[in-house]
Design a protein around this ligand. Structure first.
Ligand code: PEP
Ligand code: MG
Length: 886
């Protein structure tokens, strides 16, 4: 029979899939000899079985009873019974951390009887009733489904009635009264009583945690973090230790380093006389750990030693939840901690320098997404007035948006493309949709370990928390700053998650130090040095080359500065816009060969100048120029506009302009229902006389010009949208003819490799044939995705992708992250068959996927030679190509 329950001694960190991260790490801490309250873990397998059938899997309950008995024997106490009743906690813990998204029930075992015994044995009546009210509240909402706000309301009413500023000012009889109120509330809301049987409490709490795997916020969080839906959560059952036993007790959260900056040293918050969830929820303001050093130096010292043990053992930043029960320190949780992008780079570099991890491991711990965050602009506050407020800089970056005061409003406004900042007194997991929608989160309470801070950091969202000089009135939808400024909903504010400053209005921004480094090599601070180290190491290990998609000398120069090793896609259509449109119109409207030749001849020097500039900026590096791709009518005026213009003239009895009439006739002639599947790409080159010749001549003459100027131009000519080898053969003949012609005229032999884009399934499936005529393949994954899925790339994302994402058809848009299964398979076939036909075939990708981390991993695996992406993504691609090679 399957086994569903494990002791801490049975596990370790490598069993996170089965025991969840929390359980596996508790087991690991127990093995390291750290003080962990005893307990056991119900596995994710049990959860999956329960969620699949809705029934407790067979044998699970007997196993839980057996492990509970062992726990009871070890403690010499019984769950909820006897003079010294044993209490347990029931906590969720999935393979991947999902902070606050699932449920926890503490103090299980208390009932109307055991609460009195607990009061007696602890000598602390208030503590016993406080624990009981927590159980009834957590159980009521988590297991019995009562709206948590109702409990909060009852608590607030009581505090108001007792004139108590916080829950610490409520005494035992107040809390006993509250327990009664909570129990009636549960009865009124559910028609059932809060169960008095400790065994029943335990059983139902475990099942409720299982169920919370599918809670709306958990599902949303997983979708965002790309965590699979079928993993399930484990449940850890552990002897309760109490942080709420009096002033010599408390709970805290610590990091082995600062998770915002990566600076070494124990870092965190401590809340005397409180249980763990009070720290995270921010109900009372925690104090820094330095204060614990003053209050309880022995526990502080132990905590510091344990933190060091953990960091050395895990060889990474760890976060820790701990409780001090009457002067005894207990470790309740550890895991490799979430951190900001800045901290990730700083910590990786430092641990490499300390010799704790190898440079490869250091590289694995930073990411392209993190690098993007460091490239974002920072506020330029030189001309800004005073700050409106200052809080804890919990997740860095600069964000501007309209203040909103609840999650729903944030979602509503963001859906209408408004940028918003979610302002809350404190956030709860229910605020997750609003946090996703907002540019930044600002809270009045809570430290760097509060829910808002942890979640925002995980998402890379700007966050300032614990801004005590603001008073948030969510009901009235405003907050008031210390200087009396009232910020109503909709008012624009600027939030600096790197400094903790909040400003009224939109503060302008300036390039970040990382961006300045990438552009100019200036290593301004230690963070930038860490970024430089990571990029250098990535460059030394990556196999993939990184090129850029660029079609101006300026973009080419920027791409070079960012480390691009060439241009993988120079789109020429952008060179046909602006004032040149007139010439393109003339070419299209030409009635005779002579007219067309004149228009093409006028375009030639302009194109040559474009290519000369780009080849100069990329001197010595390959520049892959793509021949004209879009349908020609894209260069003509809009059909409806023209028709309206002509009709308006005719309506007043005048003759329309001859050119307008000609244009309309041409537009009508060229109109296509599906232009992306129409006369474009190589097809244009084959049916519009002179077009390919003009472009190739411009490229060849630019090469000659650059060569004569002493440069090393390396132009490559790329033919788009080929579906059949014959198309490429015809285009290539024309290219070869013109190259030879220019070579002869200038007495300078011009060699340009000729290749094709693979953007159609047919091209991929006949790649062996196509490679006979192609010196290189460049996968145009934008069109290849469009044509493989039959998704119009210009329409579907806005039209229905969010529904598809909700329904789980895919977890990311296939236009952003390559669809390995379908499009990826075509690429694999094309690479294999292309290389079989031509061993030195060069292969790359130039669709948007070339800058996407997950897709880069695939391109590495499939053996491409390079990825090409927009200049700003080049550093990201370098880093990710390095990580893919580890
Ligand atoms: C592609 O299709 O992937 C591509 C790079 O070409 P374009 O986006 O210009 O169609
Ligand atoms: Mg394309």
């Amino acid at each position: 029979m399957a086994r569903y329950v494990y002791d801490f001694q049975d596990g370790g960190r490598d069993l996170a899939g089965l025991l969840g991260g929390k359980g596996a790490n508790l087991a690991e801490m127990a093995r390291l000899g750290l003080p962990v309250p005893p307990g056991f873990i119900v596995s994710t397998e049990a959860c999956r079985a329960f969620l699949a059938t809705g029934e407790e899997p067979e044998g699970m309950s007997a196993e839980v009873s057996r492990h509970l008995s062992a726990l009871e024997t070890g403690a010499g106490r019984l769950l909820g019974q006897g003079d010294d009743p044993l209490l347990v906690s029931v906590r969720s813990g999935a393979r991947f951390s999902m902070p606050g998204m699932m449920e926890t029930v503490l103090d299980i075992g208390l009932n109307d009887d055991s609460v009195l015994r607990l009061a007696k044995v602890s000598g602390n009546e208030r503590f016993a009733w406080d624990s009981y009210r927590r159980l009834v509240q957590m159980y009521g909402s988590t297991v019995m489904g009562v709206d948590p706000a109702l409990f909060d309301e009852a608590m607030t009413l009581l505090k108001d009635a007792c004139k108590a500023p916080d829950d610490l000012h409520l005494d035992a009889s107040d809390l006993a009264w509250l327990v009664g109120t909570y129990k009636s509330l549960i009865r009124d809301e559910t028609g059932r009583d809060f169960p008095q049987s400790p065994a029943e409490q335990l059983r139902q709490a475990i099942l409720a945690v299982f169920r919370s795997w599918n809670a709306e916020r958990a599902v949303l969080y997983r979708r965002r973090e790309h965590i699979p839906d079928d993993l399930g959560t484990a449940v850890t059952v552990q002897r309760m230790v109490f942080g709420n036993l009096g002033p010599d007790s408390g709970s805290g959260v610590a990091f082995t380093r600062d998770p915002a900056t990566g600076r070494p040293g124990l870092y965190g918050d401590y809340l005397p006389n409180a249980q763990g969830e009070d720290v995270v929820s921010g109900v009372r303001d925690a104090v820094p750990l330095a204060e614990l050093e003053r209050l309880d130096p022995r526990s502080h010292r132990q905590l510091r030693d344990h933190a060091q043990t953990l960091e050395r053992h895990y060889r990474d930043l760890c976060d820790i939840e701990f409780t001090i029960e009457r002067g005894t320190l207990w470790m309740l949780q550890t895991r490799v901690g979430k951190r900001t992008a800045e901290a990730a780079f700083a910590i990786a570099t430092e641990l490499v320098q300390e010799g704790l991890i190898s440079p490869d491991e250091g590289l694995a711990r930073v990411s392209g997404d993190g690098l993007v965050r460091l490239m974002f602009p920072r506020f330029d506050t030189t001309a800004t007035g005073d700050t409106l407020a200052r809080g804890v800089p919990a997740s860095p970056g600069a964000a501007v948006g309209a203040a909103v005061f609840d999650s729903a409003e944030a979602v509503r406004r963001a859906a209408a493309d408004e940028r918003v900042v979610l302002v809350r007194e404190e956030t709860t997991p229910g605020d997750l949709p609003g946090m996703v929608a907002a540019q930044a989160v600002l809270t009045g309470r809570g430290g760097k370990t509060s829910h808002a801070a942890v979640v925002a950091r995980g998402m890379g969202k700007v966050c300032v928390c614990g801004a005590q000089d603001i008073t948030v009135d969510a009901q009235a939808r405003r907050f008031t700053a210390r200087d009396g400024t009232v910020v109503e909903e909709g008012t624009v504010i600027s939030v600096d998650g790197s400094t903790g400053d909040v400003y009224l209005g939109a503060v302008p921004s300036a390039p970040s130090a990382t961006m300045r480094y990438l552009e100019s090599g200036e290593q301004a601070d230690s963070l930038v040095c860490a970024v430089a180290r990571a990029l250098d190491h990535a460059d030394s290990v990556r196999r993939l080359e990184v090129r850029a998609n660029a079609d101006t000398p300026e973009d080419a120069a920027r791409a070079r500065a960012f480390g691009a090793q060439g241009i993988g896609l120079c789109r020429t259509e952008h060179m046909f816009l602006g004032e040149r449109r007139k010439l393109v119109e003339e070419m299209i409207l030409a009635r005779t060969d002579a007219d067309r030749d004149r228009a093409l001849a006028a375009l030639l020097p302009l194109q040559r100048r474009d290519f000369t500039g780009i080849l100069e900026a990329m001197d010595g590096f390959p520049v892959t120029v793509r021949l004209l791709d879009p349908p020609l009518h894209e260069f003509l005026p809009d059909r409806t506009d023209l028709a309206v213009r002509i009709a308006a003239v005719e309506a007043v009895g005048r003759q329309p302009d001859v050119r307008d009439a000609e244009l309309l006739a041409a537009v009508n002639r060229m109109h296509e229902e599906n232009p992306m599947l129409g006369l474009r790409g190589v097809r244009l080159g084959l049916v519009v006389p002179g077009l390919v010749a003009m472009q190739v001549r411009a490229i060849a003459e630019a090469v000659v010009e650059r060569t004569r100027a002493g440069g090393s131009p390396r132009a490559e000519i790329m033919v788009p949208l080929v579906g059949a080898v014959e198309e490429l053969r015809l285009a290539r003949e024309e290219v070869a003819r013109v190259l030879a012609e220019v070579g002869e005229e200038t007495a300078t032999p011009v060699h340009c490799p000729v290749g094709t884009m693979i953007e159609l399934p047919r091209a991929a499936l006949t790649a062996g044939r196509i490679a006979e005529e192609a010196e290189f393949f460049s996968f145009g994954t934008n069109d290849l995705t469009q044509t493989t899925w039959g998704f119009s790339r210009d329409d579907v994302e806005a039209a229905f992708f969010s529904a598809y994402l909700d329904k789980g058809v895919f977890t990311a848009s296939p236009f952003e992250t390559l669809d390995r299964e379908g499009v990826g398979r075509l690429i694999r076939i094309a690479v294999e068959e292309g290389r079989a036909a031509r061993t030195d075939l060069e292969t790359g990708v130039c669709g948007e996927h070339g800058g996407d981390p997950e897709s880069i991993r695939f391109f590495h695996e499939v053996g491409l030679d390079y990825v090409s992406c927009s200049p700003f993504r080049v550093p990201v691609a370098r880093l990710e190509a390095g990580r893919a090679a580890l």
